[in-house]
Design a binder for this molecule. Structure first.
Ligand SMILES: Nc1ncnc2c1ncn2[C@@H]1O[C@H](COP(=O)(O)OP(=O)(O)O)[C@@H](O)[C@H]1O
Ligand SMILES: Nc1ccn([C@@H]2O[C@H](COP(=O)(O)OP(=O)(O)O)[C@@H](O)[C@H]2O)c(=O)n1
Length: 224
């Protein structure tokens, strides 16, 4: 197994963008686990499954042919032959993804895929980000971080990515998704041995430095 940096946190805390930049600077791979839950939600809708019905979601797993790259410089997400990299960011997917992610059989299936991806990364290390990486997917990782930020800041960051009416509803949607997700996994408080990085008052670069600082403290030889 390569050197694993596990990063969890709520929506809009910066997990994906910060982890990607940390991976780029350290020459590590990067795995966005949320993309898999989003891609499964996309697939379930595409084949006409009922995302409110666990059995229907579970049955969509057998035809879920998922691929994602681990290069932080650019990675595409595929379901079968379809490039869904953009489509899975659609608010329509954000609205249903928590229903798919709450199904235990789904989590077990995707966790196997994540572990396989981690084991086969060609880089000396990999930054893996999601909700349950520090606690379930890679609880033995040498570096485990909870990336947080106040709800107001997280909503402001997410809204800034959008334009028009969708920016107004982004806050409500983010709050609802965090609420639903936190019933399944606790990503609001750090588990034992997990270091919290609060980015509320840090800019992007300072947050990247803070995360690299945690890695440096744990394993100085991995950070030159
Ligand atoms: N410390 C920071 N300061 C300012 N903006 C940030 C910071 N961290 C992340 N961002 C921005 O906030 C937005 C949400 O970050 P993202 O990585 O998508 O969060 P997550 O993956 O946790 O949902 C992105 O536009 C990102 O560039
Ligand atoms: N390790 C993970 C990662 C994501 N998820 C689910 O996948 C959804 C999308 O994750 P994401 O990381 O793309 O979400 P953002 O916070 O980046 O918008 C979350 O809302 C969770 O429902 C999960 O359950 N466990």
């Amino acid at each position: 197994m390569p050197f694993v940096v596990a990063v969890d946190g709520p929506a809009g805390s910066g997990k994906s963008s910060i982890s990607k930049e940390v991976a780029r600077r350290l020459g590590f791979g990067f795995l966005d686990t949320g993309a898999a839950y989003r891609a499964l939600a996309w697939h379930a809708l595409a084949i006409g499954a009922d995302t409110d019905d666990a059995a229907s979601v579970i049955s969509s797993l057998s035809s879920f042919d998922y691929r994602i790259g681990t290069d932080p410089a650019g990675y595409a997400v595929h379901v079968g032959e379809v490039d869904v990299t953009e489509a899975i960011r659609d608010p329509a997917i954000s609205a249903v993804v928590s229903r798919v992610a709450r199904v235990p059989e789904v989590r077990a299936h995707l966790i196997e895929l994540f572990r396989a991806s981690m084991a086969t990364t060609p880089k000396p290390g990999i930054v893996v980000e999601g909700r349950d990486i520090t606690t379930v997917v890679a609880p033995d990782a040498p570096v485990r971080i909870l990336l947080t930020a106040s709800e107001a800041v997280r909503i402001a960051r997410r809204s800034a990515e959008l334009v028009g009416p969708s920016a107004d509803t982004a806050g409500e949607q983010l709050r609802r998704r965090d609420q639903a997700d936190s019933k399944v996994v606790d990503f609001m408080t750090a588990a034992e041995g997990v270091t919290t990085v609060d980015s509320t008052d840090l800019d992007f670069d300072q947050t990247v430095e803070a995360v690299i600082g945690v890695i440096r403290t744990a394993q100085p030889q991995m950070v030159e």
